[in-house]
Ligand binder design. Structure first.
Ligand code: 3SL
Length: 235
């Protein structure tokens, strides 16, 4: 039977064989939630890059450039990393270059995979429906925070495992642990996440509304995936 695994931090990715696997990269707060929101709002293409320098080069080539470091917009760029920026009229039909502290780096660490998808609570239903019919094994890669475990990405991983458990076997204990956490949290994810380190970090930056937005389940029907160097969407 095909299986599903969870990598709780990009620092653990070397333990996983990505060959012929589908990797779902998740950074609930906030990178992948922004990407999903952007595509739902009509963004044409998103290029995830790891450094500010690469993002600047693409900005000079005409891309809208979104850059976040430590939760704030980096100086000299067009956008930061709030889903509400990705819902603005001005991004529709545009190409966006983006670099964030953890999310874009996690995407770029997954390049050996057969397929790379972008997951968030916002598109949980669409991602689940798509994966159910796939024959490949799946790895959910949690972007975490600077190499460390985080609660919100692990909750998403648990939700996805829970929804796919009739179709995929759990490859190790990480899916079991993530699922148990999700089952405990699912009635009120916002309250469960309130004490998480990144929620506290974002609260200090006055962006609690971003957190409330990002924990909404399945409001968008888009499945962003990597094609060459760009993310585009399946629907
Ligand atoms: O690290 C990331 O990729 C970001 O999503 C972090 S933040 O939510 O913008 O602070």
């Amino acid at each position: 039977m095909k299986n599903i695994d969870v990598c709780l931090s990009p620092e653990l990715l070397h333990q996983y064989d990505l060959n012929n696997k589908i990797v779902v990269v998740v950074d609930v707060l906030r990178a992948t939630s922004c990407m999903v929101s952007g595509f739902a709002n009509g963004v044409k293409e998103i290029v995830p890059v790891s450094t500010l320098e690469e993002c600047k080069i693409l900005q000079n080539e005409g891309y809208l450039a979104a850059a976040e470091r430590n939760g704030s917009r980096a100086e000299g760029f067009d956008m930061g990393n709030s889903p509400f920026e990705y819902l603005e009229e001005r991004v529709r039909g545009e190409k966006i270059a983006v670099t964030t502290t953890n999310g874009t780096m996690a995407i770029n660490k997954s390049l050996e995979a057969k397929e790379i998808l972008i997951g968030a609570f916002l598109n949980l239903g669409a991602i689940t429906a798509y994966l159910k019919n796939k024959d490949e094994d799946i790895i959910v890669l949690c972007a975490g925070w600077k190499g460390k475990f985080n609660l919100e990405d692990s909750l998403f991983a648990g939700a996805l495992c829970h929804l796919l458990k009739n179709d995929f076997e759990y490859a190790c204990d990480a899916p079991l642990a993530a699922e148990a956490m999700y089952i405990t949290a699912k009635k009120d994810i916002m309250t469960y996440m309130k004490d998480s380190s990144h929620a506290k970090r974002l609260a200090k930056l006055n962006v609690v509304k971003d957190i409330e937005f990002c924990v909404q389940e399945s409001i968008y029907n888009v499945i962003p995936y990597l094609s060459g160097k760009s993310l585009i969407t399946k629907s």
